[in-house]
Ligand binder design. Structure first.
Ligand code: MG
Ligand code: MG
Length: 250
């Protein structure tokens, strides 16, 4: 069921979203060669709790940690580990969710570790921009498929791909609500957007083919062809004439 949030609910969602934005901004200074993803997780959890929020992901369907940390060829859902150490030239996607006053915020960002190849920088730039291409379609009266189509056509024009298994989603009192927000689809298809709908838009992009597999830990999703991946996400509220990002700081 798709829910329309009240003004009061949207104010609360902005508070949860601000915590996520704070974490994704502050964590960047720690993203350096030599740090483990488990250390990043501990730092992020401390930041989330310092704002009176709790990590949305911890315990979600048994996920053991507070953030997802996905390095290089990993698309999403990486479990933080003391053995996963960042190296110069890596890229790392951090997905963060915070729960505050009964509502969730959810956003993701892919960071460069030190200096990275131009090839991978382009992947980051295109994936980030594809999120904004999708956002341009967000306003009351448009359809979810308009967002999907905008993301897909932009990403594919660079020769990259989007696995269809992973989508954006509605967000609110639950982290994952209806509707699904696919990254691949036809303009004019799926649900019509209404003011007050809150959705998380999250292009997950491979440099190579869109085929992926899940690791034996049951979480980490990697490319089958070894190509690298990037992931950018914002939670937003649909307005009559556009949108407002919820996962931002005031
Ligand atoms: Mg999400
Ligand atoms: Mg997320």
């Amino acid at each position: 069921m798709i829910t329309i949030k009240s003004k009061r609910e949207i104010e609360l969602m902005k508070e949860a979203g601000a915590v996520v934005a704070y974490v994704l901004r502050e964590i960047e200074q720690y993203i350096k060669p030599g740090i483990s993803t488990l250390e990043l997780d501990a730092i992020a959890e401390k930041m989330i709790r310092s704002k009176g929020a709790s990590p949305s992901f911890k315990g979600y369907q048994g996920f053991p940690n507070s953030i997802c940390t996905s390095i290089n060829n990993m698309l999403v859902h990486g479990i933080p580990s003391a053995k996963a150490i960042l190296h110069e030239g890596d890229i790392i996607s951090i997905d963060c969710g915070a729960y505050l006053h009964g509502y969730h915020g959810d956003a993701a960002y892919t960071y460069a570790v030190g200096r990275i190849d131009d090839k991978h920088q382009r992947l980051l730039d295109v994936t980030k921009q594809s999120l904004y291409e999708g956002l341009k379609q967000v306003k009351a009266g448009n359809r979810i498929g308009d967002i999907s189509h905008a993301i897909q056509s932009y990403v594919e024009s660079f020769g990259y791909s989007l696995p269809i298994e992973y989508t954006g989603h509605g967000i609110g009192q639950e982290m994952h609500e209806d509707p699904a927000v696919p990254n691949v689809g036809m303009a004019g298809s799926l649900e019509r957007l209404k003011a007050g709908m809150c959705i998380a838009i999250e292009p997950m992009v491979f440099e190579g083919k869109p085929h992926c597999r899940t690791l034996s830990d049951g979480w980490g999703v990697v490319s089958k062809d070894g190509s690298w991946a990037a992931h950018f996400e914002h939670s937003v509220v649909v307005l009559e004439d556009g949108y407002e990002i919820l996962t931002k700081e005031d």
